[in-house]
Design a protein. Structure first.
Length: 346
């Protein structure tokens, strides 16, 4: 066998072994990819908090600082979101289960009243709001029930995510440096990609999405104060509406105010309108621009599509994973544009 043939056989054997081992590793990690992705996203978002804890307690060991960061994330982020998801699931299940039995009469009558209100504002316009709300409730049930359906598997994946967060906090710099060394790109470009991706993820999560969640929570509080049932589910819909440019929480608060007006509750209608303008609107006009402006150059419409598409493809995790994938793609497109300009001599 010639030297050239020997070299070809060696390379084929090496890459066959490399691809086979990579496939086996993929199969090993596949059951935990969701938990590890969630851990990585949370650590990316909350790493500035970890850095502050390190500065405040410089004498503590890295392992203890990482553990403190994980505890802080669980208290501030995980537990509230889990509680909200549980409330939304409960209300969605209650609405979904009411249709088709005798207990659904009051709800259907209320929905019919809302349809009449809309038809007063837009004569001749016909909507099937009952069907829309049933399908909306079914959507939330289908995509949230997976979190709570299998308690044992959910707890196990939650445990994996916590362990992942701990090691990402503790050894995150080692992992990123290792990725930079492995990448065939220039090290400065690798660092640039990781930095821009981290900034994009934090700006989308802490800016657009967190503001939408806060607006949804305030909407739910307002609806509860002024006599609406299942306000948590409506608040969740308002949070999704807050991602739509030019629509916002009006998609929920508008019909709610009109409903109160047409049912004679003028005081509550005025108070709910005032609540929407001051509490919800003030948040959008003050805190929103501060958070969203921190490195966020993603169009709100793209964020909305990525959130909805992420939920459809990945379940509840897609609420964050969708914008992360979008951010990674936009960063790569930007770097590609820089490369093409460099090679063309512009």
């Amino acid at each position: 066998m010639s030297e050239q043939s020997q070299k070809i056989v060696t390379e084929v054997f090496f890459f066959a072994l490399l691809i086979s081992s990579a496939y086996l590793v993929w199969k090993l990690l596949l059951p935990f990819l969701g938990a590890l992705a969630l851990a990585g996203i949370i650590v990316t978002i909350c790493y500035p908090l970890h850095s502050r804890i390190k500065k405040k307690f410089p004498k503590l060991r890295q392992s203890i600082v990482a553990a403190l960061s994980v505890i802080a994330v669980i208290i501030v982020v995980v537990l509230p979101l889990t509680f909200i998801s549980w409330l939304v699931l409960g209300e969605a299940v209650s609405i979904y289960s009411l249709y088709g039995n005798a207990d659904s009469t009051a709800i259907i009558d209320s929905i019919a009243n809302i349809e009449k209100i809309v038809q007063v504002v837009i004569p001749g316009y016909s909507i099937e709001m009952t069907d829309v709300i049933q399908k909306t409730a079914s959507f939330f049930v289908d995509h949230l029930v997976v979190i709570f359906a299998g308690t044992a598997s959910t707890l196990f994946l939650f445990f994996i995510a916590i362990i992942g967060m701990y090691y990402f906090f503790k050894d995150g710099k080692y992992f990123t440096d290792y990725l930079v060394r492995l990448s065939p790109l220039v090290d400065t470009e690798d660092v640039q990609i990781l930095h821009r991706l981290a900034v994009a993820v934090r700006s989308v999560a802490l800016g657009t999405i967190s503001v939408a969640i806060l607006q949804g929570i305030l909407t739910a509080v307002g609806l509860t104060l002024f006599g609406f049932e299942r306000s948590v589910l409506w608040g969740c819909l308002a949070a999704i509406g807050a991602l739509i440019p030019g629509v916002g929480t009006t998609i929920v608060l508008g019909p709610a105010v009109l409903y109160l007006v047409f049912t004679g509750s003028y005081l509550f209608a005025g108070l709910l309108l005032l609540w929407g303008m001051l509490a919800v609107g003030l948040l959008d006009n003050t805190i929103g621009p501060i958070l969203i402006g921190r490195g966020n150059n993603v169009h709100p419409f793209l964020i909305l599509i990525s959130v909805l598409g992420g939920i459809v493809q990945f379940g509840p995790l897609g609420f964050i994973l969708g914008p992360v994938i979008l951010s990674l793609f936009l960063v790569m497109v930007e770097l590609y544009h820089i490369h093409t300009k460099h090679f063309s001599g512009d």
